[in-house]
Design a protein. Structure first.
Length: 540
């Protein structure tokens, strides 16, 4: 059932081959699993799957369509904004492939799914060996540590090594150990949804309506263009979520396209995959800045179910799709080949952001708010100047200051607030990979801050709640969105300087003063409170 590709898709690693055992089995030492995991997590931080890069490139040339419609579909004509974002993502991939700046600032939760053949023997320390390899990769490449561990039911702190990893190992037949390594960022993980539906939705128009609701709710906050996956059915809710994860990783691409009556196996439905793509194109969100390129491809998986239960799970993989398969066999240790030269897809003539106007962020904040407020949601700009980075943990501290009757930090009044948590800067670099996090997570703080004249202009990705948009506009501010998934490019070309100025103990969530130069952005919430993404969702 699992799709692990052909032998040509893999490279043999310079690791000791497993020792053969009796009855055709193999013995795999923990050190091999640890080294394999370190190499895999190192690779996926900087390189993406070949077919994923090809799919992004197809947005630049819809006529290329796709003879491999199972891999990606680019049937719809892309907008100028779609083509601009796609080109930026390809340029980002090319910079990341140099091996210094990760593809995305959110280097994600380290994930490993594995299937251990019954004839494979180990010392039983497989999970800890894989986790140790992940930790070594994150430390060696200055990848962002994003995992928070609880000290009580409500209190938590950063583990500072990106552990624990999610390692899910299962028994399988045969004499091979098969693994799939992935890095899942918070933005895309947060778009996972599971509901227990009534069997009444097993009717085309009802199911299409429910999926349309789910796709419309995705928006741009998880860094499209996406792979959208949907799983209908499952013997339990957790089975539906497990299959959803495997579908997103492409591990179920080889499932049969139809099932025998009375059969028990899962199936993949190309017709519903096409419907998902058509729904995504119709949202108008596009590849973040408007258009028809919200989704690159889709997976629709149907499972068996209990007669009284019908799980429906949906989720996405973002534009920084990171995964690599591996096979450990009698012949050696093999890791999936990733795209090492994304630059070959970059067009000779780079598209520009349509009608983009240059804006200085160093204006007094109320003056900047008035300037941005005079523009309309959906307008494109190139922003330069100083911002203060602050995300979830810092905003929680701002709220505590207000609750305690203490003044807010001056930088909240002096500079726009950019919701970001970059990776550590490599030697000689002004910043590590630098990109926006999801705006919506800070919505609850906006009335508190803007009513005090703080955080009048904010910068992130995705849309905002109605209450947040009203708070921003009511205070004479604006909200801008930047391209998610282009963090290496931003660090290389748009970050002039970066320094920690507050809350250093928060690690990647510390407040930084960052100077930007000509970073592409779009006005999402304007001076009247209009929200670009909300307006799209209200279209007939």
């Amino acid at each position: 059932m699992l799709s692990f590709g052909e032998s040509a898709d893999y490279e043999r690693l310079e690791l000791p081959a497993p020792e053969p055992t009796g009855s055709g089995g193999i013995a795999v030492p923990s050190s091999t699993l640890e080294s394999l995991a370190e190499r895999a997590f190192s690779d996926i931080a900087f390189f993406m799957p070949i077919e994923h890069v090809e799919a992004i490139a197809a947005l630049l040339d819809p006529a290329s369509g796709s003879t491999g419609a199972d891999r990606f579909v680019a049937r719809h004509e892309a907008s100028d904004a779609d083509r601009f974002v796609a080109t930026q993502l390809l340029r980002n991939a090319a910079i990341a492939a140099e091996g210094l700046l990760p593809v995305c600032q959110d280097t994600g939760t380290a994930i490993a799914y594995g299937w251990k053949g019954s004839l494979v023997s180990t010392d039983g320390k497989d999970e800890s060996a894989i986790a140790s390899g992940a930790a070594r990769a994150y430390a060696a490449h200055l990848l962002r540590k994003s995992q928070l561990a609880p000290s009580s039911f409500l209190e938590e702190s950063n583990t500072k090594d990106n552990l624990p990893a999610l390692v899910d190992l299962r028994q399988a037949a045969g004499s091979e150990y098969r693994l799939c390594f992935g890095a899942k960022g918070g933005g895309s993980a947060n778009k996972t949804a599971l509901t227990m539906e009534s069997p009444a939705i097993l009717e085309p128009s009802a199911l299409e309506a429910r999926l349309s609701e789910r796709v419309a709710a995705l928006g741009a906050s998880a860094c499209p263009p996406y792979r959208i996956s949907a799983v209908l059915g499952g013997s339990s809710p957790d089975q539906a979520l497990y299959v959803l994860a495997l579908a997103g990783l492409g591990l179920l691409d080889g499932l049969p396209r139809s099932g025998a009556r009375g059969g028990t196996g899962p199936l993949r439905d190309p017709e519903w995959e096409r419907k998902l793509l058509e729904i995504a194109a119709s949202t108008g969100v596009g590849a973040q800045f408007g258009g028809r390129g919200l989704a690159l491809d889709a997976r629709a998986i149907r499972l068996t179910r209990h007669a009284a239960s019908l799980p429906l799970a949906t989720g996405v993989c973002c534009s920084a799709h990171r995964k690599a398969r591996a096979i450990v066999s009698r012949e050696g240790v093999f890791l999936e080949k990733l795209e090492r030269d994304p630059g070959r897809f970059i067009p000779a003539s780079l598209p520009v952001l349509p009608d983009a106007r240059k804006v200085s962020l160093d204006l007094p904040q109320r003056e900047l708010g008035r300037l941005l407020g005079s523009m309309r949601s959906g307008d494109f700009i190139l922003i330069s100047g100083t911002v203060a980075t602050a995300r979830d943990a810092a905003h929680a501290r701002f709220r505590r200051l207000v609750e305690e009757g203490r003044p807010l930090p001056g930088y909240l009044f002096e500079h726009p607030v950019f919701y970001a948590g970059p990776t550590e800067a490599a030697p000689g670099m002004a910043s590590g990979s630098f990109g926006p996090t999801t705006a919506g997570r800070m919505d609850a703080y906006m009335p508190l801050l803007t009513s005090r004249g703080a955080s009048l202009v904010s910068i992130a990705k995705g849309g905002r709640s109605k209450a947040a948009a009203e708070a921003i506009a009511g205070a004479g501010g604006a909200y801008l969105a930047c391209i998610g998934g282009a963090a290496a490019l931003a660090a290389r070309e748009h970050v002039v300087s970066s320094e920690i100025v507050d809350y250093a103990d928060l690690g990647m969530e510390a407040v930084r003063r960052v100077v930007l130069r000509d970073l592409p952005a779009m006005i999402v919430v304007d001076g009247s409170g209009r929200d670009f993404y909300a307006e799209l969702s209200r279209r007939p």
